[in-house]
Design a protein around this ligand. Structure first.
Ligand SMILES: *Cc1c(COP(=O)(O)O)cnc(C)c1O
Length: 352
């Protein structure tokens, strides 16, 4: 029996990835010059499949970076003003804050609890603010920010660029890019690829036209992007595979993917409901509960569950940081099939 990885990233690989990997190998993709027509076609295809899948409008460009932490840093470097405003509920929101600080910004933090919904009317963001940062899906604790809140914030502050980290939810949320200026994700989460590629989607209106220094300044990236190239020799393998996976996802249909994600989340919720003496949702407010990273409090501690599941060749995430031994984290990504989820639940029944 194959090992299932429900870890929140790196996670299970997308079905058929082995075939794609070998197809690229046989076709010589991994030896292509990144200035060749063949590479440009591959990059163009990957961007077109992503645009279709995520409904990226023509106003926005997708750039290939090394990771999402790099995306955070590039966003900061592309931001002229000093003050940044961060809505945070956990560790990845904090990473965005420390990235701002490391890039000489003055971050202001608006902390919310995992069950708190953002009261947009009550937000008071200074007009000096150069950037608003939101972690849409907080991988450390399984809470998420509603897309309605993000839109409401942009409507209230139309002149401030908004950056949204949707690393561990993409492609699930139906993000309307009209309301966001930067959105980014990494491929080792919900795209089921090996790590090593981050995608940053940017509203071209926030990119200065004069070339700033640095090979990965957004201006340098944008200059090459129009001809389907990258400034440096990129991760051709990952760009190629991402195109293949996004194409498969488009064939299946994003609506079906979303419906299956909901269904698998419900399977877990029903299981939790039947075992409340042993497991509970870390996020009790259903409106804030992530569908793609499910975090559960384990009454007797999570160590033994994680260990026993491994004997069934099922790998799940421990809790994050201080919650390491008290919580488990279960990724519910498109590469996890309904039958994978049934196998996890059956195994959970036995180990609890
Ligand atoms: C994983 C993750 C990141 C970091 O992604 P890298 O690819 O490791 O840079 C950032 N934000 C969130 C919410 C994540 O889950």
């Amino acid at each position: 029996m194959n090992t299932l990885f429900f870890t929140p990233g790196p996670s299970q690989l997308y079905p058929h990835l082995n075939t794609f990997l070998m197809d690229g190998y046989r076709a010589g993709v991994y030896s292509l010059s990144h200035r060749s027509e063949d590479f440009m076609r591959i990059a163009q295809t990957t961007k077109a499949e992503l645009a279709k899948l995520l409904n990226i409008p023509k106003t926005h460009s997708a750039f290939f970076l090394g990771s999402s932490l790099e995306s955070m840093e590039r966003i900061m470097q592309n931001t002229q003003g000093k003050e940044t405003f961060h809505i945070t509920s956990g560790s990845f929101g904090e990473v965005f804050v420390s990235t701002a600080r490391a890039n000489k910004k003055v971050p202001k933090e608006y902390k919310i609890g995992v069950n708190d919904e953002i009261n947009v009317e009550k937000l008071s963001i200074s007009t000096n603010t150069a950037l608003i940062c939101i972690t849409q899906n907080e991988t450390s604790n399984g809470s998420s920010v509603s897309l309605a809140s993000i839109q409401a914030i942009k409507k209230r502050y139309p002149d401030i660029p908004i950056a949204v980290d949707f690393v561990s939810s993409a492609p699930y949320p139906r993000i309307n890019f009209q309301y966001i200026d930067y959105g980014f994700f990494s491929v080792q989460k919900g795209f089921g690829l090996p790590s090593g590629l981050g995608v940053l989607i940017v509203n071209r209106s926030v990119i200065p036209s004069d070339l700033q220094s640095g090979f990965h300044s957004l201006a340098s990236l944008a200059k090459k992007e129009v001809i389907h190239q990258t400034p440096e020799t990129p991760n051709v393998l990952a760009i190629y595979l991402l195109g293949k996976v996004a194409q498969l996802m488009n064939k299946k249909g994003i609506t079906v993917i979303r419906r299956e994600t909901d269904l698998k989340a419900t399977m877990i919720a029903e299981f939790v409901q039947q075992n409340l003496d042993k497991l509970q949702f870390a996020v009790t407010n259903k409106k804030n509960r992530s569908k793609t990273v499910i975090v559960l409090d384990v009454i007797k501690g999570s160590k033994t569950i994680v260990k026993k599941l491994a004997k069934f060749r099922i790998i799940i995430g421990k809790g994050y940081g201080a919650a390491k031994d008290m919580q488990i984290r279960i990724a519910n990504f498109p590469q996890h099939s309904l039958s994978d989820m049934s196998r996890l639940i059956k195994a959970l029944e036995r180990v609890l």
